[in-house]
Design a protein around this ligand. Sequence first.
Ligand code: NAD
Ligand code: ZN
Length: 346
Amino acid sequence: MRAVVFEQWKTPPTLSEVDKPTPGPGEVLLKVAGAGACHSDVAVYADYDASMGMTQLEPSYILGHETSGWIEELGEGVTGLDKGDAFLVYGPIGCGHCAPCSRGQDTYCENVADMPYMASGLGRDGGMAQYMTVPARNLVPLGDADPYAAAPLADAGLTPYHAIKLSLPKLAGGGKTALVIGLGGLGLVAVQILKAITGATVIATDMKPEAMARAEEFGAVTVPGGEGQAERIRELTGGKGVNAVFDFVGIAPTIALAAASVARQGRLTVVGIAGGEYAWSFFKVPYEVDFTSTYWGTIEELHEVAALYRAGQISPDVEYFDMDDALEAYRRLEAGELSGRAVVTP
Ligand code: NAD
Ligand code: ZN
């Protein structure tokens, strides 16, 4: 079968011919419907290397950590699942028995040092292929909903959902505001989730006018970048500042914008992994602001994300690519030429 393989650090992936995998005990073989290209993949193949201690991400393996598909085959001991049914893949794979794994939060597995990989598509073969194997416990049913457009939900949906859920105490009650910085794969779904599960006014910004136009269609008020941007955002909040800020870029200027926009007792979540730095000081940041980062989400939350999708309350914007064009999808992602999410349909 054909697959997008990450072969070496600091080297773009290749389109290669590899063996069709066989599901092990407790796993299923999935026929892939869609595999989203996430900006984190670019960091993995272009920025990281062995010196950063990323042993679980050591190549080579098939990329693709946001995947949907149909069960093709059941591995030994798997019961209660039917061939042909459609599922989302919960990517993170921890030990399965520590406290975080037991509550479905494999992202924070306590035995991660003993695991040979982090997730499907991150150290272990992922979904940028015609078939993949997945532990049965990592499947989230999609029912009758379109499995192709669902693929990005596994990360571009789940990651913002997790960050937003942890911010809900800041958004409860009337007159609250949220700010979404960066309206790409994750950010555009974040706007939809905020509209679906909170009553907050959603303010959004991106460098790309078409991304902001799309956010407006999802119900956001947009504020373009440039001089005085934080002041204009504050004006939209009646001068109080934003109750929950989400930065899907994570470079120094966007974190600075987030910090300049956040309200007293607000929450600021940096989701983008660009590694930007910010010099916090007692006098610079309003009182009692929670300043945090975040990583992916829990499988329980992915069930909730799938429920929102099945109810038609959220739907990722997708651009489809054949397997032949999978590398072109990554090229366009890197060049910032995509709107929404590139989904490879092998
Ligand atoms: P993307 O490329 O699809 O979207 C990024 C968006 O940010 C684009 O629309 C771009 O125009 C916009 N942007 C870039 N610079 C900007 C600036 N200075 N001001 C405003 N907008 C700007 O990327 P994505 O796949 O949505 O991922 C977003 C970030 O989230 C990446 O850093 C990715 O690695 C990270 N990520 C983090 C997690 C996590 O668990 N923390 C999970 C998935 C992705
Ligand atoms: Zn664990």
